[in-house]
Design a protein around this ligand. Structure first.
Ligand code: NAI
Length: 456
């Protein structure tokens, strides 16, 4: 029986390993983490992360061939294949602060693997890492006269939070990078065989380690770039009476462009896009590639502009003052179908609203606990209200910041009736029926579309 250990029981490690365990009953999968609360939660039906369909997958395999443990050393020791799926946040100190990846958690894992291993192992980079990280890891793993052989593969994860289970069950592709040596190719084949249990072979792409590492950063940079590109156009639409949805549709029908990821919004969030682009920027700078670095940095600059512009629009439309005005923020997660609030645009919006002394009330169906932790400095000033109608009661304005489907079906007449007048609504996701809202009496503002206002 092949034994897999995954270090890191987070948004990637948990769902990825649950899917492997479900699809490969012949493989024993143990997910280990130093975070005891997280491991304890994985053992209950109240999982530490919200992801549609995840609980069913976990329940099918848990206790059969899927295990969660805080015994990191034992997990590593027993395994033939060790996935490393720990966090690789942006460095906040020293050289490269604000841009480079903080690799301390990853390197700690490498040292632990080297320390406790008594048999040869395949080490799989699941975390998103700067290109050529595997080289440094191999040096750490093979330092000294350890007789154990480690073969490092790169297998970046392309799942998107909110659709992780679909993405894992039926991925566009799985990417595996290995060294062009005999042992490298043997290790690569072992991992291919696991994925090939449920993924068509032609969707499993194999390449060298460096291309694989760089492909993940590149994929995220391209996705984020599309969001920033359409958001840049949304600003121009607002000045010219063009409609960004029409423009997106018109260009998206061009098969060279494609229709996905062309939705104008308040901006992208999540733990990956910004971090991975900045990492790419840092890599370019390290190799003296100033223009490529500046090009990719502008994607992040554009995103920050879009977040700031949203609040500026709120302020200007509400007569240049929002001090003491109640503003209901609907949605705090960085996107729908997740409770994850990391780098959510809602954080920047709330901070900016607070700097204008607005009275903020936050509502979200899944992200309230995380939302409370995101802004400790404002925790006492912000009201958290799960009930949307209570959140909107007496509000001067409603700002929709996450595209939760249920927000489409709210009783907006009831909301309008309970609000201060004029009642403003700012749709940061372009997801509501703006004509209907306008007819009810709302002052309607969205992204990249003409405003609908009754005010002269
Ligand atoms: P996360 O923060 O949810 O999980 C990481 C886990 O690793 C934490 O539970 C932490 O306690 C654990 N950990 C850290 N150091 C450890 C150590 N020395 N020993 C044992 N456990 C340790 O992070 P997430 O979101 O799962 O991301 C992991 C990696 O996957 C990152 O590199 C990220 O860029 C990448 N990624 C994330 C995606 C996402 O949607 N969240 C998608 C694709 C890639």
């Amino acid at each position: 029986m092949t034994k897999i250990c995954c270090i890191g029981a987070g948004y990637v490690g948990g769902p990825t390993m649950a899917m492997i365990a479900k699809k490969c009953p012949q493989v024993q999968v143990t997910v280990v983490d130093i975070n005891e609360a997280r491991i304890a939660a994985w053992q209950t039906d109240d999982l530490p992360i919200y992801e549609p369909g995840l609980l069913d997958v976990v329940k099918e395999a848990r206790g059969r061939n899927l295990f969660f443990s805080t015994d990191v050393d034992q997990g590593i020791k027993d395994a033939d294949i060790v996935f490393v799926s720990v966090n690789t946040p942006t460095k906040t100190f020293g050289e490269g602060a604000g841009c480079a990846s903080d690799l301390q958690y990853w390197e700690l894992c490498a040292r632990r693997i080297k320390e406790v291993s008594t048999s040869d192992k395949i080490i799989v980079e699941k975390s998103t890492l700067p290109v050529r990280t595997a080289e440094a890891m191999e040096r750490v793993l093979h330092a000294g006269d350890n007789p154990v052989h480690f073969e490092v593969l790169s297998n970046p994860e392309f799942l998107a939070e909110g659709t992780a289970i679909e993405d894992l069950e039926c991925p566009d592709r799985v990417l595996i990078g290995g060294h062009q040596t005999e042992s490298g190719q043997k290790a690569l084949q072992a991992l291919v065989d696991i994925y090939a249990t449920w993924i068509p072979r032609e969707r499993i792409l194999t390449t060298n380690v460096w291309s694989s590492e760089l492909s993940k950063l590149t994929a995220n940079a391209f996705l984020a770039q599309r969001v920033s590109s359409i958001n840049a156009i949304s600003a121009l639409c607002e000045s010219t009476e063009a409609d960004v949805a029409d423009v997106a549709h018109a260009i998206g029908t061009d098969s060279r462009i494609g229709s996905k990821f062309l939705k104008a919004s308040i901006g992208f969030g999540g733990s990956c896009f910004k971090k991975d682009i900045l990492n790419l920027v840092y890599l370019c700078e390290t190799y003296g590639l100033t223009e490529p670095a500046n090009y990719w940095r502008s994607v992040v600059t554009m995103n920050e502009y879009q977040e700031a512009r949203f609040v500026t629009t709120m302020l200007h439309s509400m007569f240049n003052t929002i001090a003491n005005k109640r503003i209901a923020v609907l949605g705090f997660a960085f996107k729908a179908d997740t409770g994850d609030t990391r780098e959510s645009p809602a954080i920047k919006v709330c901070r900016k609203l607070a700097s204008e002394h607005a009275s903020i009330v936050v509502s979200d169906p899944k992200a309230m606990d995380n939302a409370k932790l995101e802004m400790p400095e404002l925790a006492d000033d912000i009201e958290f209200q799960e009930d949307v109608y209570k959140a909107c009661d007496g509000a001067h304005a409603v700002a929709v910041l996450t595209d939760w489907k249920q927000y489409k079906d709210l009783d907006f007449q009831r909301i309008y009736d309970s609000m201060q007048k004029p009642a403003f609504i700012f749709d940061g996701r372009n997801m509501l029926d703006h004509d209907a809202l306008y007819k009810m009496g709302f002052e309607v503002y969205s992204i990249g579309k003409g405003r609908k206002t009754h005010l002269k």
